[in-house]
Design a protein around this ligand. Structure first.
Ligand code: BDR
Ligand code: CA
Length: 330
């Protein structure tokens, strides 16, 4: 891992776990956040953009540009995930109206410009549907050779899905976009994608005891009260939804893990494979299919995360939250 902060662009559909991922990135010394692009997914584009700006302001990083992107998936009509993230997208949390306006630059222009400006160095992370990234690779086919690393939270490889038995939400929400993106990466001279899917994210959870321990450690710190309140209120909604659907009050840290892996790939072990996306299945639309045995005869395009040091990742997350509580955004 380099000690110089690395330039990073994060593409989000802010949601509860996207919000936690953004807070993590703001506190990570390894990250120089160039900007955050937003996409429809958990909530509509306006809500995702507003939530992103509000969360960055909470972290003391309202200066980071927020670039609105795609307001609808490429072709399929998709449902949002407000049943998991709440009407606003941030559960029971209520954040003040952010002072900084969204940027007037479109997400796709911003991603392509950042890739050129930081050619060979840019880390791109997507924690929402892949619509913006698909549009970016259609605009700039060289994108895979311009980025140093591209990490997604997306897919279910040996695990079952979370929207359907075979599909994970971010891929299912815009399977055509996901297919374009998987097919674009991993070619000769191009970066592979690193896929942080449900296989590993389901292993990284926190519960009310973790939140209480964080609250105790953050008490009395300059930003401790505001941050604790946000984490408590956002996660309580998620706990309620998980209890109703699965009988267990916990939060799965899908998106924070993807950002953590983008900054420290040693958190996961990966296995290379050609991966493609089912776009027209009767039962399986949005499924990510990994060709583990090379039966397609295609080049591998993806480093699929197959195991994770969840303890280390969770510890890093709460240490980062404590730095934010102390008023240190990186
Ligand atoms: C993914 O779906 C969204 O609801 C979460 O924010 C996460 O990115 C998990 O399947
Ligand atoms: Ca997300």
């Amino acid at each position: 891992m380099s000690h110089e902060p690395e330039p990073i662009v994060i593409d989000v559909d802010t949601g509860i776990d996207d919000a936690l991922a953004l807070l993590y990135a703001c506190a990570a010394p390894a990250a120089e956040i160039l900007g955050v692009s937003t996409v429809v997914g958990n909530v509509d584009l306006n809500a995702a953009t507003r939530n992103t700006r509000a969360v960055l302001a909470l972290a003391g990083r309202g200066d980071i540009p927020v670039w609105p992107g795609a307001a609808s998936p490429l072709s399929s009509a998709s449902a949002d995930a407000r049943h998991v993230h709440g009407e606003s997208g941030l559960g029971h949390a209520v954040l003040p109206e952010p002072p900084e306006p969204a940027s007037r630059t479109h997400a796709v222009d911003a991603i392509v410009a950042a890739a050129h400006a930081h050619a060979g160095r840019l880390i791109l992370v997507a924690t929402g549907p892949l619509t913006n990234v698909a549009l970016a690779v259609m605009r700039e086919p060289e994108l895979p050779s311009l980025v140093k690393r591209f990490v997604i939270m997306g897919g279910a490889y040996a695990e079952s899905g979370n929207v359907t038995p075979s599909a994970e939400f971010n891929i299912w929400h815009d399977p055509e976009a996901a297919r374009i993106v998987f097919r674009a990466f991993g070619g000769v001279g191009g970066a592979s994608m690193v896929a942080v899917g449900l296989d590993v994210t389901r292993k990284m959870t926190f519960d009310e005891k973790d939140v209480a321990a964080f609250a105790a450690s953050a008490a009395g710190k300059p930003k401790g009260a505001a941050l604790t309140r946000f984490i408590e209120d956002a996660s309580r909604f998620y706990f309620e939804r998980m209890e109703a659907s699965q009988g267990r009050r916990h939060l799965v840290m899908h998106d924070p893990l993807a950002v953590a892996v983008a900054l420290d790939p040693t958190l996961v072990e990966t296995r290379r494979a050609a991966v493609d996306v089912e776009t027209s299945g009767r039962l399986t639309t949005g499924a990510t299919i990994a060709d583990w045995r090379g039966q397609w005869g295609r080049l591998a395009n993806t480093e699929v995360a197959v195991s994770v040091d969840a303890e280390r990742a969770r510890k890093m997350f709460f240490e980062a939250m404590l730095r934010l509580a102390e008023g240190r955004s990186r």
